[in-house]
Design a protein around this ligand. Structure first.
Ligand SMILES: [Zn+2]
Ligand SMILES: [Zn+2]
Length: 270
């Protein structure tokens, strides 16, 4: 049952954190900055509520969407068997089957030890969503990081503005000062962490790489053993459309996934 994925401490912690940041940003800091009944307060609250809704929606989509499993009885066709697009293990041995599942593994699929199965176009297993990030939920994951970066940046700007405009000389409440500094540090740290993660995933998407492939490219580059030839890179714009879809109007909607194919083969540059 997919709903069971919500019953995990990291997933529940994300909901608690989101709820906490939503509450303090709107009911403490926007209220303090301009008052919730003023037009500025209302606009700020609406924008932040929209970002918070998009975060929660993307998060739920990430948790509930199956990243994609290898169909039972999958066998690679002859051409694919002979092509070099099968992954190469670090010792140089071609890995055509999964040792754990004792089954054929499509290109870019990997075995996840936590999920106990092979996942199509596997990116990584994410504890925070209690699910693998793979073929079918990578778009919602990318948008989750995008909306969470926007929301935490918005929250940080509101909190810092509120803190700076206060006359702390006459407002000597130590507890209030601690709340302002604590919430400010929390939102700024989230903003920097999520922002860095977002930049990394935008880079990976622009090269049509998964986190596993990006790390492998870095690993090979550091050792100067082999240059990593990523044959799935078909040009930055096309790479983005492969993840976000061909229709730019649907790029920002986490569940608009009708463009995703079976994940058993991928366009290549050669
Ligand atoms: Zn496997
Ligand atoms: Zn997994």
């Amino acid at each position: 049952m997919k709903l069971k994925r919500f019953l995990s401490l990291p997933v529940l912690s994300v909901f608690l954190l989101l709820g906490f940041i939503y509450y303090v940003t709107i009911f403490i800091f926007i209220e303090d900055l301009s008052g919730l009944r003023s037009s500025a307060g209302l606009v700020n609250s609406l924008i932040f509520s929209l970002l918070a809704f998009l975060c929660v929606f993307s998060f739920i989509a990430c948790v509930l969407t199956d990243p994609g499993e290898v169909p039972s009885g999958y066998t690679p066709d002859v051409e694919e068997n002979q092509s070099p697009d099968q992954e190469i293990k670090k010792n140089g041995t071609p890995a055509r089957t999964c040792d754990k599942c004792s089954a054929h593994k499509p290109p870019r699929a990997h075995h996840c030890r936590v999920c106990g199965r092979c996942v199509l176009r596997m990116d990584h297993h994410c504890t925070w969503i209690n699910n693998c990030v793979g073929l079918r939920n990578y778009k919602s994951f990318l948008l989750l990081v995008f909306y969470a970066t926007l929301a935490s940046t918005y929250s940080a700007i509101v909190i810092v503005s509120c803190t700076l405009q206060k006359d702390w000389g006459s407002f000597g409440n130590l507890r209030a000062k601690n709340i302002h500094v604590g919430c400010g540090l929390l939102s700024i740290s989230l903003c920097l962490t999520l922002g860095s993660l977002f930049i990394w995933h935008v880079y990976l998407t622009s090269r049509n790489m998964t986190t596993i492939e990006g790390n492998r490219a870095g690993w090979l580059a550091r050792r100067s053993v082999l240059s990593y030839n990523h044959r799935y890179d078909v040009g930055a714009y096309k790479n983005f459309t492969l993840v976000l879809g061909p229709d730019t109007l649907k790029w920002l909607w986490p569940t608009a996934n009708s463009h995703i194919k079976d994940g058993l083969g991928f366009p290549t540059s050669s």
